[in-house]
Design a protein around this ligand. Structure first.
Ligand code: SF4
Length: 416
């Protein structure tokens, strides 16, 4: 059994990776233990947003690389530990049976060499599937510079894999993570994407990354503006078929003159997630979401900010506008837009109908007409004020919620 000390070191070192939440995998239980069926691995989040339903652990934190921002880098003075594949497997099974976890998120530092580290990851996931008959959700990290055959082998047993881009440009990689390169991260992603498509097209038996690939970028450790981050995100979705790009606000866990002394603003990360949503589900492109300075507005969500920059686009008549136009209206979500399309086939829609469809009229009324009626303001300055006030109110509600959550937790556990 893995020692408590080792477990603490390896789980502590893994907590900064946020690319593990969600899955969408459809792995069935075929007579073994656990399953990752339908909605995939259920997950929940700690108050600071970390995913907690997976056992999130490194196989080793004994890294030969020297990424400046990382507490496991080779020259950091931290306790080191390396688990064996057998230890990880026993731990997963034990935790699963106790109902502590529903799956595994397994990563590793580059211990000894990229190939060695990747081999150990492959051995672990293969052993879990074939010897322990574990059918639960597994997300495994890809190690940059490891042999492509090892990545292929891991993909046969994992539900999801991720190569973390970490920094959004080659220049920043060279500066802050000199042993990594854009190629060492993007090429394996492309290879896995090709192999996944071939696997599906040929309808082969078994599994090959059923939950696809994800990646993570650190926000604020390097100077790239939001526009550059979102263009990279866009190309990862379009050209590499990634399921999700995660953004993690830079947290200064180590000191280095090349790194900022303070962490990134959480609101920046939040806005990037909103913009990411617009890229994936609302037909926006990275180029049009950002402000003139190349960044997202921190004051307003990116859809409202876009609408304010494009007054010529509005108001939109909800009884006639096509789906792609409705999706651009602040306050109309993807589901409400679909509901509008279905309902207006039978009757002309008014504002009361839109309310029933959960359109957020507080925002939408300034950008739509319903049956020719308009209940918003066209004064841009007033409109900006109203939207910004609405955002501030929503932020305060969210803050109260987190305060209440924290108070409840303190009352229950006595923790501060
Ligand atoms: S490769 Fe870089 S980021 Fe990963 S564990 Fe090693 S030093 Fe840290």
């Amino acid at each position: 059994m893995i020692s408590e000390e080792k477990l603490q070191i390896l789980t502590e070192s893994a907590k900064y990776d946020v690319s593990c939440s969600s899955s969408g995998s459809r792995r069935k239980n075929e007579g073994g233990i656990g399953n990752g069926y339908a909605a995939g691995c259920c997950h929940s989040f700690t108050p600071d947003g970390r995913c907690i339903s997976l056992l999130k652990i490194l196989l080793s934190n004994d890294c030969i690389f020297r990424c400046k921002y990382c507490m496991s880098r080779a020259d950091a003075d931290v306790p080191r530990a390396t688990a064996t594949p057998e230890e990880i497997c026993t731990l997963v099974m034990d935790f699963y049976k106790r109902n502590y976890i529903e799956g595994l998120f397994l990563s590793s530092a580059v211990v000894k060499s990229p190939d060695y580290a990747m081999e150990q990851l492959v051995r672990t996931v293969k052993m879990l599937r074939t010897e322990y008959n574990f059918h639960g959700y597994i997300h495994v990290k890809g190690i940059p510079h490891a042999d492509s055959l090892l990545a292929h082998e891991a993909a046969k047993y994992a539900d999801r894999m991720s190569y973390n881009i970490e920094l959004p440009s080659e220049t920043s990689l060279k500066l802050l993570a000199p042993q990594k390169s854009k190629e060492s991260l993007l090429l394996p992603m492309k290879q896995l994407q090709r192999e996944t498509l071939a696997f599906r097209a040929e309808k082969r038996k078994g599994y090959f990354l059923p939950a696809g690939q994800t990646t993570q970028m650190i926000i604020g450790a390097s100077p790239e503006p939001d526009g550059q981050i979102l263009r990279l995100t866009q190309s990862l979705y379009r050209a590499n078929g990634l399921k999700r790009v995660y953004y993690s606000s830079y947290v200064p866990v180590v000191q280095d003159s090349l790194l900022p002394a303070v962490g990134a603003k959480p609101m920046r990360e939040h806005r990037l997630y909103e913009a990411d949503w617009l890229l994936r589900f609302y037909g926006f492109s990275a180029e049009e979401i950002v402000e003139d300075d190349g960044n997202l507005s921190l004051e307003l969500d990116p859809k409202c900010a876009w609408a304010l920059r494009n007054p010529q686009f509005f108001p939109v008549e909800v009884n006639r506008a096509p789906l792609e136009v409705l999706l651009r209206v602040p306050g109309i979500g993807a589901r409400s837009a679909q509901k509008i399309l279905s309902a207006r086939r039978y009757a002309k829609l008014g504002f009361s109908d839109l309310k029933k469809m959960r359109v957020v009229l507080k925002r939408a009324r300034h950008f739509i007409t319903a049956g020719g009626k308009f209940f918003g303001t066209e004064n841009q300055a007033v409109l900006r004020g109203l939207l910004t006030a609405g955002e501030a109110q929503a932020g305060a509600v969210q803050l109260d919620f987190f305060r209440e959550l924290q108070a409840a937790r303190t009352a229950l556990t006595g923790e501060l």
